[in-house]
Structures are given as structure tokens and as C-alpha cells.
Design a protein around this ligand. Structure first.
Ligand code: PLP
Length: 229
């Protein structure tokens, strides 16, 4: 078995155990393989081991990888910060966007979604850590943003996403993920998605209702940022 296949099996066990401990069906938690900085060959290996959903943070890197993997029926998720002048290729080349945090970006994604394609699935990214992060909509502004995004014709608003400040304290992990769930439930919209939990904290996220866990390191190993400015 390849290392990636072995890692997928291990992460699958963690997801299953966390779901069972929370009284949830393991099938209710999707595994999104975060392949930023990893070569296309690593994604191919993950596909061979059964993974179908891939998350990328950097647009050009994602487009290059997609071009090498056109033979695979993968579902592509954009999870990185979005510059408003880069929305068109995102609208054209992805199935999901987890990191929508302002109306201008949502409006452009809707307008630029190619005719005939299914609506783009979107999550609104929420900034749960205040000053510590520049990405994400402030919780105070979320209801208004969600109300507007829900009306855009070529988007399907699915739920919320967050990247809480990293902590080893399980109580703090649970509190942040519970907050995102409460924000989602408080919107009063039919939202089925909570994109939360990474390699270090997927158990807490699943306990609090995650429907996508976004996993990089635990699948592909440590990232080498040396090559990236
Ligand atoms: C890199 C990244 C991940 C994966 O993080 P790991 O700790 O490597 O599992 C998940 N979500 C986002 C938005 C990321 O940028």
C-alpha cells in the first residue's frame, strides 16, 4: 500500500470513530483532500485510493494540476483567499468554493458561472478569530451577506466554513466549531454544510457537526513551503 493510501485509511478510521462517538453516520462527513503544494501525482495516488474531492488554495497551482488530471472525475473545491479579479477562472474550473467572504466576490462568481453548468456550491467563510485573521466575514455581517448570496442565481449557498485559530486545547477547538454551527443554524436558511476541521482537530469538528473536513498534512505529509515565495 502506498503511503497516501495508508494515510487515507488512517484518516478514514479517525473520521469513522469521531462520527460514531458523536452518534453521527460516518457517511455524513466528507473527506476533502487538501493538495496545496503537492504534485499532481499525489492527487492521482489519492484518487486511486478512493478519494474524489480535492481542495486547492492557490488558483494558478490548481489550474496547472487540473490540466494534468483531466482524465480523472474529480470534484474540485477552491478553499483559498479570493481576489476579486480572479473570480472568472474559479467560476469556470471549480465545483465548490468554501472561501466566499464578501458580496462582490459572490456576485462575480454568479455572473461568471458558465451557462449550462450546475450552480456553483458556495460556503461563506467566517472569521472566528477576530484580529488574528484577515480572511472571512465578520460574524456580525454574516446574516446580511448570507441573505444576499442566497438570492444569486448561479450560486447554491450550502453553508459556512471557518479556519479557527490553531489550538491544542480540545475545549477551545469545540467552542470554535460549535460557534460556527450556531451561526449556521441561526441564519434560518436551509444550509446543509459545515466545512470545518483539519488534520489536527477533525475529531472536535465532527463532534460539532462538520460535513466536510479539509485534510492536507495527515494525507500527504508535511508541506514544503520552500519553493513558494
Ligand atoms: C492547508 C489548509 C487545510 C489543510 O490543513 P492541514 O492542517 O494540512 O490538514 C485546510 N483548510 C484550509 C483552508 C487550508 O488552507
Amino acid at each position: 500500500m502506498s503511503t497516501i493510501a495508508l494515510n487515507i485509511a488512517k484518516v478514514g478510521t479517525r473520521i469513522r470513530e469521531a462520527a460514531q462517538a458523536a452518534g453521527r453516520s460516518p457517511e455524513s462527513v466528507g473527506l476533502l483532500a487538501v493538495s496545496k503544494t503537492q504534485p499532481a501525482a499525489a492527487v492521482r495516488e489519492a484518487f486511486a485510493a478512493g478519494l474524489r474531492d480535492v481542495g486547492e488554495n492557490y488558483l494558478q497551482e490548481a489550474l496547472d494540476k487540473q490540466a494534468e488530471l483531466t482524465d480523472l472525475p474529480l470534484t474540485w473545491h477552491f478553499i483559498g483567499p479570493i481576489q476579486s479579479n480572479k473570480t472568472r477562472p474559479i467560476a469556470e474550473h471549480f465545483d465548490w468554493v468554501h472561501s466566499v467572504d464578501r458580496l462582490k466576490v459572490a456576485e462575480r462568481l454568479s455572473a461568471q458561472r458558465p451557462a449550462g453548468r450546475a450552480p456553483l456550491n458556495v460556503c461563506l467563510q467566517v472569521n472566528l478569530s477576530g484580529e488574528a485573521s484577515k480572511s472571512g466575514c465578520e460574524p456580525d455581517a454574516l446574516a446580511e451577506l448570507a441573505r444576499c448570496v442566497a438570492t444569486l442565481p448561479n450560486l447554491r449557498l450550502r453553508g459556512l466554513m471557518a479556519i479557527p485559530a490553531p489550538t491544542d486545547d480540545p475545549a477551545e477547538q469545540h467552542a470554535a466549531f460549535a460557534r460556527l454551527r450556531q451561526l449556521r443554524d441561526g441564519l434560518g436558511l436551509p444550509l446543509d454544510t459545515l466545512s470545518m476541521g483539519m488534520s489536527q482537530d477533525l475529531e472536535a469538528a465532527i463532534a460539532e457537526g462538520a460535513t466536510w473536513v479539509r485534510i492536507g498534512t495527515a494525507l500527504f505529509g508535511a508541506r514544503d513551503y520552500g519553493a513558494r515565495p
